[in-house]
Design a protein. Structure first.
Length: 143
């Protein structure tokens, strides 16, 4: 069953996604960052060139010719899913195919609309019997 982690009270969702993505890659995992739209995809793409500060994180789009061997996929179009290890859901709704992944990461900002949407996703997963781990990031500084 998919392991689900919610990171809540996050000041910068994309920054935390990049930090957690770097950590996952350093441990040998592959990551699919599912974004809301093309603008979000571009924003994370730019961030992955500078986060972590000490190095570039290899990443590409889902349809790129190197997607099968690239550790981080960033895309808003989930038509191509080149692996099933970690899914970072950066959308307001749950992805229908989340259950095929070993792990699902939900990142929730301090924005009220984002929090409300996250509560709905949380209930959706909980009501289907998924165990959910919670991580309150309100007292954590992102470096």
């Amino acid at each position: 069953m998919t392991q689900i982690d919610f990171y809540s009270h996050v000041a910068d969702k994309f920054r935390l996604a990049c930090i957690l993505g770097a950590k996952a890659v350093s441990r040998g995992s592959r990551v699919f960052m599912l974004t809301e739209d093309a603008g979000s995809t571009e924003q994370i793409d730019r961030m992955l060139w500078t986060l972590p500060p000490e190095g570039f994180l290899p990443h590409c789009r889902a349809r790129h010719e190197l997607a099968d061997i690239t550790p981080i996929i960033v895309d808003h179009d989930p038509a191509e899913l080149p692996h099933d290890q970690m899914l970072f859901n950066l959308r307001q709704v749950h992805p229908d195919y989340f259950g095929r992944f070993e792990r699902l990461i939900e990142i929730v900002s301090t924005d009220e609309a984002d929090s409300r949407a996250a509560r709905e996703r949380y209930r959706f997963y909980r009501d289907r019997g998924y165990e959910i781990r919670n991580h309150d990031m309100s007292q954590t500084s992102l470096r």
